[in-house]
Design a binder for this molecule. Structure first.
Ligand code: SAH
Ligand code: F3S
Length: 454
Protein backbone atom coordinates (compact mmCIF):
# COMPACT_ATOMS: atom_id res chain seq x y z
CA UNK A 1 0.00 0.00 0.00
CA UNK A 2 2.89 2.33 -0.47
CA UNK A 3 2.86 3.35 -4.12
CA UNK A 4 1.72 6.94 -4.58
CA UNK A 5 0.87 8.85 -7.73
CA UNK A 6 0.54 12.63 -7.56
CA UNK A 7 -1.38 14.46 -10.28
CA UNK A 8 -0.85 18.20 -10.44
CA UNK A 9 -3.22 20.83 -11.83
CA UNK A 10 -2.43 24.52 -12.29
CA UNK A 11 0.62 26.66 -11.89
CA UNK A 12 4.33 26.22 -11.23
CA UNK A 13 3.83 26.72 -7.51
CA UNK A 14 1.60 23.66 -7.54
CA UNK A 15 4.25 21.72 -9.44
CA UNK A 16 6.74 22.78 -6.83
CA UNK A 17 4.44 21.80 -3.93
CA UNK A 18 3.86 18.38 -5.52
CA UNK A 19 7.60 17.87 -5.80
CA UNK A 20 7.95 18.68 -2.14
CA UNK A 21 5.21 16.21 -1.16
CA UNK A 22 6.77 13.53 -3.39
CA UNK A 23 10.15 14.04 -1.79
CA UNK A 24 8.79 13.85 1.76
CA UNK A 25 6.85 10.68 0.91
CA UNK A 26 9.95 9.04 -0.51
CA UNK A 27 11.85 9.87 2.66
CA UNK A 28 9.09 8.10 4.56
CA UNK A 29 9.49 4.92 2.52
CA UNK A 30 6.72 5.41 -0.02
CA UNK A 31 7.48 4.93 -3.67
CA UNK A 32 6.36 7.68 -5.99
CA UNK A 33 5.11 6.22 -9.26
CA UNK A 34 4.42 7.94 -12.55
CA UNK A 35 0.93 6.73 -13.34
CA UNK A 36 -2.32 6.15 -11.50
CA UNK A 37 -2.73 2.52 -12.54
CA UNK A 38 0.35 1.39 -10.61
CA UNK A 39 -0.61 3.35 -7.52
CA UNK A 40 -2.27 2.39 -4.23
CA UNK A 41 -2.79 6.05 -3.42
CA UNK A 42 -3.62 8.91 -5.81
CA UNK A 43 -3.19 12.47 -4.61
CA UNK A 44 -4.64 15.30 -6.69
CA UNK A 45 -2.90 18.63 -6.18
CA UNK A 46 -5.54 21.08 -7.30
CA UNK A 47 -6.05 24.59 -8.71
CA UNK A 48 -8.90 27.01 -7.98
CA UNK A 49 -8.06 29.95 -10.22
CA UNK A 50 -10.85 29.10 -12.65
CA UNK A 51 -13.96 27.01 -12.24
CA UNK A 52 -12.88 24.73 -15.07
CA UNK A 53 -9.75 23.70 -13.16
CA UNK A 54 -11.81 22.77 -10.11
CA UNK A 55 -14.34 20.82 -12.18
CA UNK A 56 -11.58 18.83 -13.83
CA UNK A 57 -10.16 17.71 -10.49
CA UNK A 58 -13.61 16.92 -9.09
CA UNK A 59 -14.36 14.84 -12.19
CA UNK A 60 -11.07 13.00 -11.83
CA UNK A 61 -11.67 12.25 -8.14
CA UNK A 62 -15.15 10.93 -8.94
CA UNK A 63 -13.71 8.69 -11.63
CA UNK A 64 -10.97 7.38 -9.32
CA UNK A 65 -13.52 6.68 -6.59
CA UNK A 66 -15.05 3.94 -8.77
CA UNK A 67 -11.90 1.93 -8.24
CA UNK A 68 -12.78 1.56 -4.57
CA UNK A 69 -15.50 -0.88 -5.57
CA UNK A 70 -12.97 -3.45 -6.76
CA UNK A 71 -10.09 -2.32 -4.61
CA UNK A 72 -11.47 -1.14 -1.25
CA UNK A 73 -8.03 -0.23 0.09
CA UNK A 74 -7.32 2.19 -2.77
CA UNK A 75 -6.91 5.70 -1.36
CA UNK A 76 -7.68 9.11 -2.85
CA UNK A 77 -6.60 12.49 -1.55
CA UNK A 78 -7.18 16.07 -2.64
CA UNK A 79 -4.54 18.65 -1.74
CA UNK A 80 -3.84 22.31 -2.38
CA UNK A 81 -5.97 25.21 -3.51
CA UNK A 82 -9.31 23.50 -4.09
CA UNK A 83 -8.96 21.63 -0.80
CA UNK A 84 -8.42 24.98 0.92
CA UNK A 85 -11.16 26.73 -1.01
CA UNK A 86 -13.90 24.13 -0.60
CA UNK A 87 -12.83 22.39 2.58
CA UNK A 88 -15.03 19.71 4.03
CA UNK A 89 -17.76 20.59 1.53
CA UNK A 90 -15.66 18.45 -0.83
CA UNK A 91 -16.43 15.39 1.28
CA UNK A 92 -20.15 15.93 0.83
CA UNK A 93 -19.66 15.85 -2.90
CA UNK A 94 -17.00 13.13 -2.87
CA UNK A 95 -17.58 10.96 0.20
CA UNK A 96 -14.93 8.47 -0.90
CA UNK A 97 -12.07 10.92 -0.37
CA UNK A 98 -9.65 9.69 2.29
CA UNK A 99 -7.66 12.85 2.63
CA UNK A 100 -8.21 16.61 2.16
CA UNK A 101 -5.10 18.73 2.80
CA UNK A 102 -4.86 22.51 2.48
CA UNK A 103 -2.08 24.70 1.10
CA UNK A 104 -0.28 25.24 4.39
CA UNK A 105 -0.18 21.58 5.41
CA UNK A 106 1.56 19.80 2.53
CA UNK A 107 4.33 18.67 4.87
CA UNK A 108 1.78 16.80 7.01
CA UNK A 109 0.83 14.47 4.13
CA UNK A 110 3.24 11.62 5.10
CA UNK A 111 1.85 11.54 8.67
CA UNK A 112 -1.71 11.45 7.42
CA UNK A 113 -0.95 8.72 4.90
CA UNK A 114 0.88 6.63 7.52
CA UNK A 115 -2.20 6.86 9.68
CA UNK A 116 -4.53 5.87 6.86
CA UNK A 117 -2.32 2.99 5.74
CA UNK A 118 -2.29 1.58 9.28
CA UNK A 119 -6.04 1.93 9.59
CA UNK A 120 -6.66 0.20 6.28
CA UNK A 121 -4.20 -2.56 7.20
CA UNK A 122 -6.18 -3.20 10.40
CA UNK A 123 -9.03 -4.27 8.10
CA UNK A 124 -11.72 -2.79 10.31
CA UNK A 125 -14.41 -0.44 9.04
CA UNK A 126 -13.30 2.11 6.46
CA UNK A 127 -11.15 4.67 8.31
CA UNK A 128 -12.68 8.09 8.58
CA UNK A 129 -11.46 10.77 6.18
CA UNK A 130 -8.80 13.19 7.34
CA UNK A 131 -9.38 16.89 6.69
CA UNK A 132 -6.44 19.16 7.49
CA UNK A 133 -6.86 22.78 6.45
CA UNK A 134 -5.05 24.45 9.33
CA UNK A 135 -3.15 27.66 8.96
CA UNK A 136 0.45 27.39 9.91
CA UNK A 137 2.54 30.43 10.79
CA UNK A 138 5.79 29.24 9.20
CA UNK A 139 4.50 27.09 6.37
CA UNK A 140 6.65 29.01 3.86
CA UNK A 141 9.65 27.39 5.55
CA UNK A 142 8.37 23.87 5.05
CA UNK A 143 8.90 23.94 1.29
CA UNK A 144 12.44 22.90 0.68
CA UNK A 145 13.25 19.37 -0.40
CA UNK A 146 13.48 18.69 -4.09
CA UNK A 147 12.96 15.34 -5.66
CA UNK A 148 16.37 14.35 -6.99
CA UNK A 149 16.06 13.92 -10.74
CA UNK A 150 18.80 12.80 -13.08
CA UNK A 151 20.20 15.50 -15.29
CA UNK A 152 17.98 18.21 -13.88
CA UNK A 153 19.08 21.46 -15.43
CA UNK A 154 16.32 23.84 -14.33
CA UNK A 155 14.64 24.07 -10.93
CA UNK A 156 11.89 26.08 -9.28
CA UNK A 157 12.50 27.58 -5.86
CA UNK A 158 9.70 28.89 -3.71
CA UNK A 159 10.70 32.16 -2.04
CA UNK A 160 7.40 33.18 -0.47
CA UNK A 161 3.82 32.15 -0.04
CA UNK A 162 0.51 33.96 -0.21
CA UNK A 163 -0.57 37.34 -1.52
CA UNK A 164 -1.91 40.44 0.25
CA UNK A 165 -3.44 42.07 -2.81
CA UNK A 166 -7.12 42.00 -3.39
CA UNK A 167 -7.58 41.74 -7.14
CA UNK A 168 -11.33 41.59 -7.67
CA UNK A 169 -11.24 38.39 -9.74
CA UNK A 170 -8.72 36.37 -7.74
CA UNK A 171 -9.24 33.53 -5.28
CA UNK A 172 -5.52 33.11 -4.50
CA UNK A 173 -5.40 35.26 -1.33
CA UNK A 174 -8.12 32.97 0.04
CA UNK A 175 -6.46 29.70 -0.98
CA UNK A 176 -2.87 30.67 -0.26
CA UNK A 177 -3.24 33.02 2.69
CA UNK A 178 -1.27 36.17 3.42
CA UNK A 179 2.28 36.96 2.34
CA UNK A 180 5.05 35.11 4.14
CA UNK A 181 8.65 35.17 2.92
CA UNK A 182 11.39 32.64 3.48
CA UNK A 183 14.63 33.98 4.94
CA UNK A 184 17.20 34.87 2.28
CA UNK A 185 19.86 32.58 3.69
CA UNK A 186 17.54 29.55 3.51
CA UNK A 187 16.80 30.25 -0.14
CA UNK A 188 20.48 30.75 -0.92
CA UNK A 189 21.39 27.47 0.82
CA UNK A 190 18.73 25.62 -1.13
CA UNK A 191 20.02 27.00 -4.42
CA UNK A 192 23.61 26.17 -3.48
CA UNK A 193 22.54 22.56 -2.95
CA UNK A 194 20.74 22.56 -6.29
CA UNK A 195 23.85 23.94 -7.98
CA UNK A 196 25.92 21.13 -6.45
CA UNK A 197 23.51 18.66 -8.00
CA UNK A 198 24.05 20.18 -11.42
CA UNK A 199 21.13 22.61 -11.65
CA UNK A 200 22.09 25.58 -13.88
CA UNK A 201 18.94 27.66 -13.94
CA UNK A 202 16.61 28.66 -11.13
CA UNK A 203 13.20 30.30 -11.25
CA UNK A 204 12.28 32.12 -8.05
CA UNK A 205 8.60 31.51 -7.35
CA UNK A 206 5.92 33.42 -5.51
CA UNK A 207 2.46 34.87 -6.13
CA UNK A 208 3.89 38.37 -5.90
CA UNK A 209 7.68 38.19 -5.79
CA UNK A 210 8.09 41.97 -5.90
CA UNK A 211 6.71 41.96 -2.34
CA UNK A 212 9.35 39.48 -1.21
CA UNK A 213 10.61 40.26 2.29
CA UNK A 214 9.23 43.78 2.35
CA UNK A 215 8.12 43.47 5.95
CA UNK A 216 10.91 41.16 7.09
CA UNK A 217 14.04 42.71 5.56
CA UNK A 218 15.21 46.32 5.13
CA UNK A 219 15.94 48.14 1.89
CA UNK A 220 19.75 48.33 1.54
CA UNK A 221 21.47 50.87 -0.70
CA UNK A 222 18.18 51.63 -2.46
CA UNK A 223 17.65 47.96 -3.23
CA UNK A 224 14.55 46.05 -2.21
CA UNK A 225 14.90 42.68 -0.47
CA UNK A 226 13.90 40.99 -3.74
CA UNK A 227 16.73 42.62 -5.68
CA UNK A 228 19.13 41.80 -2.84
CA UNK A 229 18.05 38.18 -3.12
CA UNK A 230 18.61 38.15 -6.90
CA UNK A 231 22.12 39.52 -6.35
CA UNK A 232 22.88 36.81 -3.81
CA UNK A 233 21.68 34.11 -6.18
CA UNK A 234 23.83 35.65 -8.90
CA UNK A 235 26.88 35.00 -6.69
CA UNK A 236 26.23 31.25 -6.43
CA UNK A 237 28.82 29.29 -8.38
CA UNK A 238 27.33 26.87 -10.88
CA UNK A 239 24.09 28.77 -11.36
CA UNK A 240 24.10 30.31 -14.84
CA UNK A 241 20.63 31.74 -15.22
CA UNK A 242 18.03 33.35 -12.98
CA UNK A 243 14.34 33.91 -13.69
CA UNK A 244 11.36 34.70 -11.48
CA UNK A 245 7.59 34.62 -11.58
CA UNK A 246 5.45 36.61 -10.93
CA UNK A 247 6.20 40.24 -10.19
CA UNK A 248 3.44 42.84 -9.80
CA UNK A 249 3.59 46.11 -11.79
CA UNK A 250 3.07 48.05 -8.57
CA UNK A 251 6.28 46.72 -7.02
CA UNK A 252 8.34 46.85 -10.23
CA UNK A 253 10.64 49.72 -9.31
CA UNK A 254 13.84 51.11 -10.81
CA UNK A 255 16.10 48.88 -8.66
CA UNK A 256 14.56 45.81 -10.31
CA UNK A 257 14.82 47.38 -13.76
CA UNK A 258 18.51 48.08 -13.14
CA UNK A 259 19.06 44.50 -12.02
CA UNK A 260 18.53 43.56 -15.67
CA UNK A 261 21.47 45.79 -16.52
CA UNK A 262 23.72 44.91 -13.58
CA UNK A 263 23.07 41.27 -12.71
CA UNK A 264 24.59 39.14 -15.46
CA UNK A 265 22.73 35.90 -14.74
CA UNK A 266 19.29 37.51 -14.75
CA UNK A 267 17.77 36.51 -18.09
CA UNK A 268 16.17 39.03 -20.47
CA UNK A 269 12.69 37.65 -20.02
CA UNK A 270 9.98 38.90 -17.73
CA UNK A 271 6.50 37.61 -16.98
CA UNK A 272 4.64 40.74 -15.90
CA UNK A 273 0.88 40.24 -15.44
CA UNK A 274 -1.12 43.00 -17.15
CA UNK A 275 -4.70 41.64 -16.65
CA UNK A 276 -6.22 44.45 -18.77
CA UNK A 277 -4.96 47.19 -21.07
CA UNK A 278 -7.78 49.62 -20.24
CA UNK A 279 -7.68 51.85 -17.17
CA UNK A 280 -11.38 51.55 -16.46
CA UNK A 281 -11.13 47.75 -16.34
CA UNK A 282 -7.92 47.86 -14.30
CA UNK A 283 -9.69 50.05 -11.74
CA UNK A 284 -12.66 47.71 -11.60
CA UNK A 285 -10.25 44.82 -11.14
CA UNK A 286 -8.64 46.61 -8.21
CA UNK A 287 -5.28 46.58 -9.94
CA UNK A 288 -3.44 49.65 -8.62
CA UNK A 289 -1.67 50.89 -11.79
CA UNK A 290 -2.56 52.39 -15.15
CA UNK A 291 -1.67 51.20 -18.62
CA UNK A 292 0.59 54.25 -18.90
CA UNK A 293 2.56 53.10 -15.86
CA UNK A 294 2.74 49.58 -17.29
CA UNK A 295 4.14 50.95 -20.53
CA UNK A 296 6.70 52.98 -18.59
CA UNK A 297 8.00 49.79 -16.93
CA UNK A 298 8.22 48.04 -20.30
CA UNK A 299 10.09 50.97 -21.82
CA UNK A 300 12.52 51.26 -18.94
CA UNK A 301 13.27 47.54 -19.26
CA UNK A 302 13.82 47.87 -23.01
CA UNK A 303 16.14 50.80 -22.30
CA UNK A 304 18.46 48.66 -20.16
CA UNK A 305 17.96 45.41 -22.10
CA UNK A 306 16.93 46.05 -25.70
CA UNK A 307 16.36 42.35 -26.41
CA UNK A 308 13.99 41.91 -23.50
CA UNK A 309 11.17 39.38 -23.98
CA UNK A 310 7.79 40.05 -22.39
CA UNK A 311 5.17 37.63 -21.20
CA UNK A 312 1.91 38.40 -19.43
CA UNK A 313 -1.42 37.27 -18.00
CA UNK A 314 -4.54 38.94 -19.36
CA UNK A 315 -8.23 38.35 -18.67
CA UNK A 316 -11.02 38.82 -21.22
CA UNK A 317 -14.65 39.34 -20.28
CA UNK A 318 -14.19 40.77 -16.80
CA UNK A 319 -17.63 41.97 -15.58
CA UNK A 320 -18.46 45.33 -17.13
CA UNK A 321 -15.80 45.08 -19.85
CA UNK A 322 -17.59 46.51 -22.89
CA UNK A 323 -16.64 45.76 -26.48
CA UNK A 324 -14.97 49.20 -26.61
CA UNK A 325 -13.03 48.56 -23.37
CA UNK A 326 -11.85 45.29 -24.85
CA UNK A 327 -10.79 47.00 -28.10
CA UNK A 328 -8.69 49.39 -26.06
CA UNK A 329 -7.18 46.49 -24.15
CA UNK A 330 -6.45 44.51 -27.30
CA UNK A 331 -4.81 47.53 -28.92
CA UNK A 332 -2.56 48.00 -25.90
CA UNK A 333 -1.78 44.27 -25.88
CA UNK A 334 -0.69 44.49 -29.51
CA UNK A 335 1.22 47.69 -28.96
CA UNK A 336 3.38 46.34 -26.14
CA UNK A 337 4.24 43.32 -28.25
CA UNK A 338 4.06 40.34 -25.93
CA UNK A 339 6.18 37.37 -26.91
CA UNK A 340 4.18 35.03 -24.69
CA UNK A 341 0.90 35.33 -22.85
CA UNK A 342 -1.60 33.38 -20.85
CA UNK A 343 -5.02 34.59 -21.96
CA UNK A 344 -7.84 33.80 -19.53
CA UNK A 345 -11.58 33.96 -20.00
CA UNK A 346 -12.97 35.48 -16.83
CA UNK A 347 -14.40 32.83 -14.51
CA UNK A 348 -16.64 33.69 -11.56
CA UNK A 349 -14.99 32.73 -8.26
CA UNK A 350 -17.39 32.87 -5.39
CA UNK A 351 -16.06 34.84 -2.44
CA UNK A 352 -14.21 37.35 -4.64
CA UNK A 353 -15.24 40.99 -5.18
CA UNK A 354 -16.07 40.48 -8.85
CA UNK A 355 -18.39 37.54 -8.25
CA UNK A 356 -21.27 39.85 -7.38
CA UNK A 357 -20.60 42.47 -10.04
CA UNK A 358 -23.25 43.25 -12.63
CA UNK A 359 -22.76 43.04 -16.37
CA UNK A 360 -21.22 39.62 -16.62
CA UNK A 361 -20.01 39.07 -20.20
CA UNK A 362 -21.69 36.24 -22.16
CA UNK A 363 -19.58 33.14 -22.84
CA UNK A 364 -19.66 33.54 -26.63
CA UNK A 365 -18.34 37.07 -26.37
CA UNK A 366 -15.53 35.92 -24.05
CA UNK A 367 -14.63 33.30 -26.65
CA UNK A 368 -14.49 35.96 -29.36
CA UNK A 369 -12.24 38.25 -27.31
CA UNK A 370 -10.03 35.31 -26.40
CA UNK A 371 -9.55 34.52 -30.07
CA UNK A 372 -8.70 38.14 -30.95
CA UNK A 373 -5.87 38.14 -28.41
CA UNK A 374 -4.66 34.67 -29.44
CA UNK A 375 -4.36 35.88 -33.03
CA UNK A 376 -2.38 38.97 -32.01
CA UNK A 377 -0.13 36.81 -29.86
CA UNK A 378 0.62 34.16 -32.45
CA UNK A 379 1.49 36.79 -35.07
CA UNK A 380 3.83 38.55 -32.68
CA UNK A 381 5.53 35.38 -31.38
CA UNK A 382 6.16 34.19 -34.90
CA UNK A 383 7.59 37.56 -35.89
CA UNK A 384 9.81 37.72 -32.80
CA UNK A 385 11.18 34.20 -33.32
CA UNK A 386 11.81 34.95 -36.99
CA UNK A 387 14.04 37.84 -35.97
CA UNK A 388 16.45 35.22 -34.62
CA UNK A 389 16.90 33.43 -37.94
CA UNK A 390 20.50 33.85 -39.04
CA UNK A 391 21.61 34.82 -35.53
CA UNK A 392 23.48 32.80 -32.92
CA UNK A 393 21.77 32.30 -29.57
CA UNK A 394 22.97 30.89 -26.25
CA UNK A 395 21.01 27.75 -25.35
CA UNK A 396 21.01 25.78 -22.11
CA UNK A 397 20.70 22.13 -23.17
CA UNK A 398 18.02 20.25 -21.23
CA UNK A 399 17.83 16.85 -22.92
CA UNK A 400 16.06 14.92 -25.66
CA UNK A 401 12.86 16.54 -26.91
CA UNK A 402 9.59 14.76 -26.10
CA UNK A 403 8.90 14.07 -29.76
CA UNK A 404 11.40 13.09 -32.42
CA UNK A 405 15.11 12.56 -31.90
CA UNK A 406 16.17 16.17 -31.48
CA UNK A 407 17.45 17.78 -28.31
CA UNK A 408 15.83 20.71 -26.61
CA UNK A 409 16.83 23.70 -24.53
CA UNK A 410 15.95 27.32 -23.87
CA UNK A 411 17.54 30.59 -24.87
CA UNK A 412 17.96 33.34 -22.28
CA UNK A 413 14.77 34.84 -23.72
CA UNK A 414 12.97 31.56 -22.95
CA UNK A 415 12.62 30.60 -26.62
CA UNK A 416 12.26 26.87 -27.05
CA UNK A 417 15.14 25.60 -29.19
CA UNK A 418 15.35 22.28 -31.08
CA UNK A 419 18.58 20.90 -32.54
CA UNK A 420 20.65 17.76 -33.06
CA UNK A 421 22.45 17.19 -29.78
CA UNK A 422 24.13 14.72 -27.55
CA UNK A 423 23.65 13.45 -23.98
CA UNK A 424 27.02 14.91 -23.04
CA UNK A 425 25.77 18.41 -23.73
CA UNK A 426 22.98 18.25 -21.14
CA UNK A 427 23.41 21.09 -18.66
CA UNK A 428 25.81 22.98 -20.90
CA UNK A 429 25.47 26.39 -22.45
CA UNK A 430 25.95 26.06 -26.19
CA UNK A 431 25.69 28.38 -29.18
CA UNK A 432 22.92 27.72 -31.67
CA UNK A 433 22.89 29.11 -35.18
CA UNK A 434 19.20 29.60 -35.86
CA UNK A 435 17.97 28.67 -39.32
CA UNK A 436 14.20 28.35 -38.91
CA UNK A 437 11.48 29.63 -36.60
CA UNK A 438 7.84 28.93 -35.79
CA UNK A 439 5.65 30.78 -33.26
CA UNK A 440 6.60 28.28 -30.59
CA UNK A 441 10.17 27.18 -31.38
CA UNK A 442 13.43 27.98 -33.08
CA UNK A 443 15.52 25.42 -34.96
CA UNK A 444 19.17 25.30 -35.92
CA UNK A 445 22.61 23.74 -35.58
CA UNK A 446 25.03 23.93 -32.71
CA UNK A 447 28.20 25.88 -33.21
CA UNK A 448 30.96 24.25 -31.19
CA UNK A 449 34.30 26.06 -30.82
CA UNK A 450 33.41 28.08 -33.85
CA UNK A 451 32.93 24.99 -36.00
CA UNK A 452 29.51 23.77 -37.13
CA UNK A 453 28.91 20.13 -36.31
CA UNK A 454 26.78 17.98 -38.57
N1 SAH B 1 -0.02 36.47 -8.78
C1 SAH B 1 -0.18 35.18 -9.36
C2 SAH B 1 -1.48 35.06 -10.05
C3 SAH B 1 -2.10 33.76 -9.82
S1 SAH B 1 -3.50 33.46 -10.73
C4 SAH B 1 0.95 34.96 -10.30
O1 SAH B 1 1.02 35.69 -11.29
O2 SAH B 1 1.72 34.08 -10.12
C5 SAH B 1 -2.81 33.36 -12.37
C6 SAH B 1 -3.58 34.16 -13.36
O3 SAH B 1 -4.86 33.62 -13.48
C7 SAH B 1 -3.80 35.60 -12.99
O4 SAH B 1 -2.71 36.41 -13.29
C8 SAH B 1 -5.01 35.95 -13.81
O5 SAH B 1 -4.67 36.44 -15.08
C9 SAH B 1 -5.73 34.61 -13.96
N2 SAH B 1 -6.95 34.59 -13.15
C10 SAH B 1 -7.04 34.73 -11.81
N3 SAH B 1 -8.34 34.70 -11.43
C11 SAH B 1 -9.07 34.52 -12.54
C12 SAH B 1 -10.47 34.40 -12.81
N4 SAH B 1 -11.36 34.48 -11.84
N5 SAH B 1 -10.86 34.21 -14.09
C13 SAH B 1 -9.96 34.15 -15.09
N6 SAH B 1 -8.64 34.27 -14.90
C14 SAH B 1 -8.19 34.44 -13.65
FE1 F3S C 1 -4.17 37.15 -7.28
FE2 F3S C 1 -3.76 39.69 -7.64
FE3 F3S C 1 -2.41 38.40 -5.78
S1 F3S C 1 -3.89 38.16 -9.23
S2 F3S C 1 -2.31 36.30 -6.50
S3 F3S C 1 -4.59 38.79 -5.78
S4 F3S C 1 -1.64 40.06 -7.12
Amino acid sequence: MNRVFIKTYGCQMNERDSEQVASSLRDRGYSVVDNEFDADVVLLNTCSVRDQAEQKAIGKAGYLAKRKKTDPNFMIGVMGCMAQNRGSELLERLPDLDLVVGTQRFHAVPDHLDHLVQSYAAQGPRPSSIVDLDEEADSQNTIKDHLPKDNQVRAFVSIMQGCNMNCAFCIVPKTRGSERSRPMEHIVEEIEELAERGVKEVTLLGQIVTSYGRREFPVVGGKSPFVQLIEKVNDIAGIERIRFTSPHPRGFKQDLVEAYRDVPKLCEYVHLPLQAGCNKTLRAMNRPYTKERYREIVESLRAVAPDMYFSTDIIVGFPGETAADFEESAEFFEDIGFDMSYIFKYSIRSGTLAADMNDQVPTGEKERRNQVLLDILSKRSLWRNQQLVGKTEEVLVEGPAKKGDRFTGKTRGYRNALFDGDERLIGQLVQLKVDRATASSIYGDLVLAGVDID
